[in-house]
Design a binder for this molecule. Sequence first.
Ligand code: PEP
Ligand code: MN
Length: 361
Amino acid sequence: MKEKIESLWAKNKGHVLIAGPCSAETEEQLMASVKAIAAEGIKVARAGVWKPRTRPNTFEGIGVPALEWIQNIKKEIDIQFAIEVATAQHVELALKHDIDVLWIGARTTVNPFTVQEIADALKGVDIPILIKNPINPDLALWIGAFERIANSGITKLGAIHRGFSSHRKTKYRNEPLWHIPIDLKRTFPDIPMIGDPSHIGGTRDLIESISQKALDLNYDGLMIEVHPDPDKAWSDAKQQITPARLKELLEVLQIRSATSDNVLFISKLEQLRNKIDESDHELIDVIRNRMDIVEEIGLYKKENNVAILQLDRWNEIIKSRGMWGKEVNLNSEFIEDIYKLIHAESIKKQTTISNGHKLSE
Ligand code: PEP
Ligand code: MN
C-alpha cells in the first residue's frame, strides 16, 4: 500500500497512514520513531502525550515536555503530528504547541460531558479531529461525539475503529465488532474510517490480518503503533511493531479497489446480487411461515393456560439448530445468535396474544 499513502484529507484521496509510538517516552525515542516512519512515506506521526491508564502508578505520559519535543522534531522532519486529547486543557496545550491533528480516545468518547468540554475548547479551530469508538459497543455514543464536535464548527472529522471491551474471551484485546464501524459509515458516509489494528489486536502477530481486513472493508486508513524497541516500550509493549516490520507490512498489505469498471465483473456481480435478492425473499417467506406457526402455538397456549416460555424446549432448539448449522458448514454461534433474535420476537408475539391483543397490534 506504500504508493497510496496520503496525508489527512488530501485532495486525491489515497489512504491515510498514521504511525508512531503508543507514547512519547524520550526525545531520542520519539525522534528515532518519526525518522523511521517518515522514511516509509508516512505523513502523519502519532504519539501519546497524556496516557489514560487503567491503574494509577503506571506511566501516565510525559505531558508538556513531549509537546516541546514534537515542535523540535517538526523543525527537522516534514511530518504532521497527531496526539490524543482527553480534556479541554489538553486541547489548549496541543493547539499552543501547533499539533496538527487531535484524536479523542476511547475512554473519553464514552463521556458526553468531557466530549462537550473538548468541543467547546475547539470553537474557532479547524484542524482534523479523529474520534475513536467508545470502549463499549454503543454506536449512538460514538455518533453523539461526532455531533458534539461538528456542532462546534469542526469540519475535518475522522473516525478511528479501535475495537470494544468485552467480557467474552477472544483472541483480541478489544473485539472488533466490525458491524459497528460499518453502521457509523452508513450514518456518516463522508467521514473517513481509520482502523487501529494495534489496539484491536493487542499483540503484534494480529496486526497484519486486522489491517488487511480493514482495507478489505474499504477503510480509508490505518493507525499503527510503531516503536524503535517495542519490547522496552513504556506502554502497550506487546502490540507495537518495529519500523522494519512496518516496512514489510506496507509491502504485503493490499488495497482493493472500491468498485471496478470491468464490464464482465459488473455483469457477474449483478447476476450474483440477483441471486442474493431471490434468496432473501425465500428467507423472509420462511420466517413469515415460522411466525404463523408461533402465533398458532401462542393461541393454543393461551387456551390451555400454559406459560409462554418453555425453557426445556428453548434449550433444545438453540442446541440443535447450532448443530444443524454446523453440519452444513455454518458457524454454530452465528446460527445461535439468529435463533436468539427469532426467539425474542416469538416471545413478544405470544405475549401479545396471551394478553388478548389482536395480532395486528
Ligand atoms: C492509544 O491510542 O494509545 C490509546 C490509548 O488508545 P485507546 O483510546 O484506543 O485505548
Ligand atoms: Mn497504545
